[in-house]
Design a binder for this molecule. Structure first.
Ligand code: ATP
Ligand code: MG
Length: 361
């Protein structure tokens, strides 16, 4: 790692609207640093996506992977694998490959009610910790082939893998986050039907809970959790759950609080994390300065916060808090891109955020 005391940050633009929203996020992150009188990030641009195929023959060139190993985290644009030449399409998708390579086992997706954004949920402020490595998204080392077997033309068996180790580490991540938030973890499972697998997940999370005596804990079957999210999302603080349930619930929670363009995420391992908006590459509006950068901006803020907690560096958590606050303030003031019914361009939205950071300076 760099000895200069700086945090090395990969910047991967990707496809479609990626270059626009990642550039906006990086500029805003820099402004959030300046507002705190610090310059902690040391950015390195790394090729990924269609441009990387054209220039380096791979959507995720070896140099990119090697360089990321020297980074503390990175900003990841979306990729549009469907647009790649056939021989590259079949290969892996860059996000999935990086998740596996760096063992990014925690997919962390917050959803909160934002002033100025019309959403169904009026008082949501929750974050979902989705286990990101196993269950019905099989690791090919654990389950032969795809984890699915065609028994006869009309019968298929699909296997889900659940391990204590995976449950333990996602649970620890969730409980640590709850300590810094409102101190409540809700375990979401289906232990009444998937008795062994979901049962192991529930039991393991409850064991981990004992190490966090100041955090309250409850648990829901996934169906009950979905209903409760719609009825009273405000009751949730941190949700910890398995891969498939987390996939579904985070889209539900994202939609309850606004639009797809607003949802941030990070994928975190023990030592490194990737900031990535929850939406895709939106090729229909690419290159038109129309994309909503909020999801990517808030993802960058989350990454700064995560790095701050990880390294015990409050200057980083400050950067995350300022960036997050400036985005919320711009939205609350009515600055909005077309998908939210506004007229601001991507660049104008980013500028509105940066102006707020500079004014606070
Ligand atoms: P992927 O397969 O990569 O998930 P997708 O086709 O499922 O892609 P998106 O690329 O996320 O989904 O786009 C879905 C729709 O939402 C498109 O019409 C797109 O323009 C819109 N959209 C997605 N992200 C944004 C954004 N940040 N700002 C504005 N519109 C967006
Ligand atoms: Mg999609």
């Amino acid at each position: 790692m760099s000895g200069s005391g700086k945090y090395r940050l990969g910047v991967l633009y990707g496809d479609g609207i990626g270059p626009e929203i990642v550039a906006a996020a990086w500029r805003a992150l820099r402004a959030a640093e300046r507002a705190g009188g610090v310059e902690l990030f040391d950015p390195v641009e790394l090729p990924m996506g269609l441009g990387a195929i054209r220039e380096h023959g791979s959507a995720l060139p070896q140099r990119t992977k090697d360089e990321l190993g020297n980074c503390h985290g990175w900003l990841m644009g979306p990729h549009d694998s469907a647009s790649y030449p056939a021989e590259h399409r079949a290969a892996t998708n860059p996000s999935g490959e990086l998740r596996k390579r760096f063992d990014l086992y925690a997919n962390i997706r917050p959803s909160r009610t934002l002033q100025g954004v019309r959403g169904v949920a009026k008082d949501a402020d929750l974050v979902i910790f989705r286990e990101n490595t196993e269950e019905f998204y099989p690791d090919r080392n654990l389950v032969a082939g795809s984890g699915e077997w065609q028994v006869t033309p009309d019968v298929v068996v699909t296997a889900g893998v659940f391990t204590r180790r995976a449950a333990e580490r996602i649970a620890h991540a969730a409980f640590r986050a709850a300590e810094r938030r409102r101190g409540l973890v809700s375990i979401v499972h289906k232990a009444n039907v998937i008795k062994l697998g979901s049962g192991l997940f529930l039991r393991t999370c409850l064991e981990v809970a004992e190490q966090y005596p100041h955090v309250r804990v409850n648990d829901y079957h996934v169906d009950a959790a979905a209903a409760r999210l719609v009825r009273s999302a405000g009751e949730f603080d941190v949700i910890v759950t398995t891969n498939l349930f987390g996939d579904i619930l985070s889209d539900l929670a994202g939609e309850l609080t606004g639009s797809l363009g607003l949802s941030p995420s990070i994928n975190a391992g023990d030592d490194i994390a990737m900031a990535q908006a929850a939406h895709g590459s939106a090729p229909d509006i690419a290159g038109q300065d129309k994309a909503n950068p909020v999801g990517m901006l808030l993802s960058a803020a989350m990454l700064a916060d995560w790095l701050g907690a990880k390294h015990g560096d409050s200057r980083l958590t400050g950067i995350g808090r300022r960036l997050d606050g400036a985005v919320a303030a711009a939205l609350a003031a009515g600055v909005a891109t077309a998908d939210l019914g506004g007229a601001a361009t991507t660049g104008q939205f980013a500028q509105a955020v940066i102006a707020r950071l500079e004014a606070a300076h």
